[in-house]
Design a protein around this ligand. Structure first.
Ligand code: GAR
Length: 225
């Protein structure tokens, strides 16, 4: 196992809302090759299973459920108040099922990554697997992108294709997409932590060059950095 000095690890915080399988993939990858100093996992739901995964990995956890009287701006201000003292250089959205306000996104500009279960710009929003099946797609996938104020609209870094197979249900297709997410997301996080990928002037830079279009990976292909 490659062991990095603690001061060379990138301070990071992960935001989740549920199962936390992408969080787990990031935790596992960070054990194999440590690049992140994971300072907290914050969940928008108190009973998110991902919180147990974080605890098991010895990472501090916070649950921040929204109350009915809270505006989005108020919620995001509380979220930022939890995050800022931790001084993360990276915020990883891993199934965080809330739309973030423009103020929050601006505050963490260039430090916010998200994974979305579709080949963006196709199928932003919810229920992506059902929508892809209903549209008769023969391939589907997942995308990792920098977060901007446009929901699921920030610059895409990389995406991975997933085949749609005969007899697929949204559940079956969703499970296949998630398997692929678990390979792709840790690889992008690793590339960000090593300074290979960044957002500058609203575009993605990869190894010092502007990325003219997202890296598109086949089902079985790994990202080469
Ligand atoms: C993932 O499939 C992710 O792509 C999706 O939520 C799931 C979370 O699963 N995110 C979105 O839909 C964001 N728009 P997990 O909690 O097991 O990682």
């Amino acid at each position: 196992m490659h062991v990095a000095a603690a001061d060379s690890l990138l301070p990071a915080v992960v935001l989740i809302s549920g199962e936390g399988s992408n969080l787990q993939a990031i935790l596992d990858a960070n054990l194999r090759e440590p690049v992140l100093d994971l300072r907290a996992v914050i969940s928008s739901r108190v009973n998110a299973h991902g919180l147990a995964r974080a605890r098991a990995a010895g990472i501090p956890v916070h649950a921040l459920p929204a109350t009915p009287d809270m505006t989005r701006t108020q919620y995001d201000a509380e979220l930022a108040a939890l995050i800022v003292p931790l001084q993360p250089a990276l915020l990883i959205l891993a199934g965080f099922m809330r739309i973030l306000s423009a103020e929050f996104v601006a505050q963490f500009h260039g430090r916010l990554l998200n994974i979305h279960p579709s080949l963006l710009p196709k199928y932003p929003g919810l229920d992506t697997h059902r929508r892809a099946l209903n549209a008769g797609e023969t391939e589907h996938g997942c995308s990792v992108h920098f977060v901007t104020a446009a929901v699921d609209g920030g610059p895409v870094i990389a995406q991975a294709r997933v085949p749609v197979l005969p007899g697929d249900s949204p559940q079956k297709l969703g499970a296949r997409v998630q398997t692929r997410e678990h390979r792709l997301y840790p690889q992008i996080v690793n590339a960000f932590a090593r300074g290979r990928v960044k957002l500058e002037n609203d575009r993605v830079w990869w190894n010092g060059q502007p990325l003219l279009k997202p890296r598109v990976l086949a089902w079985n292909e790994d990202l080469i950095t």
